[in-house]
Design a protein around this ligand. Sequence first.
Ligand code: SER
Length: 316
Amino acid sequence: MKKTKVLIIGAGGQLGAELAIALRKIYGTSEVVTADIKDPQGVLLEGPHEKFDVLQRDKLFELIKKYQITQVYHLAALLSATGEKDPRWAWKLNMESLLYVLEAAHELKLDKVYWPSSIAAFGPETPKAMTPQQTIMDPSTVYGMTKLAGELWCSYYFRRYGVDVRSLRYPGLIGWKTPPGGGTTDYAVDIYFKAVAEKRFTCFLSADTYLPMMYMDDAVKATLDLMEAPAEKVRVRTSYNISSMSFCPAQLAATIKKYIPEFTISYEPDFRQSIADSWPRSIDDSDARRDWGWQHQFGLDEMTKDILYHLQKGKN
Ligand code: SER
């Protein structure tokens, strides 16, 4: 059997660092190459790493050949809030880099590609409660536009060239190992850091803004489960809805208060409020559950306990 060799692009981000750890456990440290435009830190110092700008098409092809890569995880992107500051740049970075990866997958015959989509691919006309897999998609951010267009490119490469590209529409991802990365859902990351450091937090979304969210451990599990599923079970070739919990800032703050009673929150909604208002409140992920057996593990309380434990341990 051919050896699996993985390249993670955007490995310095929230998800990339966690996937690097998980994939190195499965395939071995030397078999997982990490790449990022930023200088490596933490886990990225522990194995093969390349400084890489995703718009360097030739270098991508070189890296794949140099390390005999068989699977690429392409995670580099500008997120929703950052993308709105320079829409043209977000479009270029997010779209061109995906096309380079798909071209490389086709021309160099990669076994598999992973590329994340997002709840941002939905928009104001999308049904907000238990948003179905197939529905109206009218994203209002440039980030969401790149996700919707990207989903269609993935499905095109699958149908036309047989590229085995797989994707999940992530909800807001919440982890404690890296700081927030410029997303609208990232208040739910920042709040934990601030709760531990300062015992208070000013939220850029209103108290009752419900959004679908997921703990990083579940996001890593969903990604690996999807990538390990037999190809014939992966029936959705745009991107799968995936879900575990939905909550609003007031509920999250109340949960944190159970563990840090002095914690207080105030609200100062900014331009990110209208982005959040255009997204679903909850997601129907029954296709993922049926096709490849997706099951989540973490709810709001378990996640909060786990994150506060790790952050407080780091502080002492
Ligand atoms: N978490 C992302 C963001 O808020 C959505 O995919 O931009």
